[in-house]
Design a protein. Sequence first.
Length: 459
Amino acid sequence: MAGSQQHSTTVPVCTDPILIARLEAIRQLAGGLSDRVAVLDREFNVIYANESAWSEGAPQSADRQAKCYEAFAHRSDPCGTCPATKLYDSPDVQSVACSIGGDGAACGMRQAFPLVSCSGGVESLLVLFKAPSKAAKQTSHERVEANNESKLGELIGLSEPMREVLDMIRLVADSSATVLIQGESGTGKELVAKTIHQISYRREKPFVVVDCGSLPETLLESELFGHVKGAFTGAHASKRGLFEEADGGTIFLDEIADTTPVFQSKLLRVLQEGEIRPVGGTQRIKIDARVISATNKDLAELVKAQTFRQDLYYRLAVLPLSLPPIRERREDIPLLVEHFVARSCKRHRQPIRHVSEEAMQALSEAPWHGNVRELQHYIERTVVTTSGPTLACNDLVSSGSATEDKDLRSATRGAVTQAERALIADALKKTGGNRSKAAKLLKISRASLYNKLRRYHIQ
């Protein structure tokens, strides 16, 4: 949380006299309370929070600027759904209580009240949080710890397999030993390598990525080790290799299993001696680059099949790290979905979107053969191709490919059918039964509307 325990209030950010008076009254009343009290504006900025609210396991900062989800839910992204927003949309609502899952929201909100300005509009909210008992404080502390453990760089996960991965990354980061990352396509192997680099003492030095599977052997050798002028046709000038470019930092060798035995032999010598020899050159160059490699294949099996050098395998796998596929960490999918939705909305300059419970359930049950990468691209495509504040089942199905549609439809067919019937019926009602106008309102062609009318037996 952004706040200060030396100053339990913040200066009112508005000039409305009624709101200023109410804020001053709240400050005087809440200042000595052990209950946690806060006032938020429409953008979820913390206008005021008393000593108890600031001190509830929250980090401190000198400028005392914070969003409520940062200060009280310990999140970097907005919460998926906040019941308090109803107070802005429905001025006649006197208060909102939160009892999601029986324990309230992640921030600990118990009840929220609207603060009305001179104009009669709701401009800010008074929020009361649960009074922390000794047991509640322990739960809050555990929740903060769990949240800290669930994110490392851009890696996200609370499942047991991902906790093990994050713990291992923290352990190996400052080592200089080679790391071998194995996992299916789309599990985030490059992201893991980048995270290891970013939290290591090499973070200020280069992070160089090499796709070993996309380059032929001769070109790969030249790219990695460099070459001297005249080493081969077209070598009009000497060129530094990527190992030199990564000196002091990290070089990431992706798809290492796709290299040839000849190249593997040369790479083994580099790892053993810590030096390279440019193609066509006679002098060796000392390098200090940490090597992280990755593959979506089982290198141990390739060693048995004698298609990968055993000695190189042991050199690369000093610190082995296995990434779980998404089917083994389904409990992480809601966290990933919220993260990708928030990031996609920001990237494409859209207001924050929320995901309905039915849609989240469908996403959690879908197979995602492409793992996290497929989920990420799917969410971004959905955000770009749909509108409205909420992503529903119909949005998910309509935005996917044929294979994805089939997978999601198996989990959401009933919800989609019900949603489509309701939307079509509502459009026909609004247009007095005019099908052309209804199709335009639904943003589909008349032919599509006629097909749906027949499918759902709508008269």
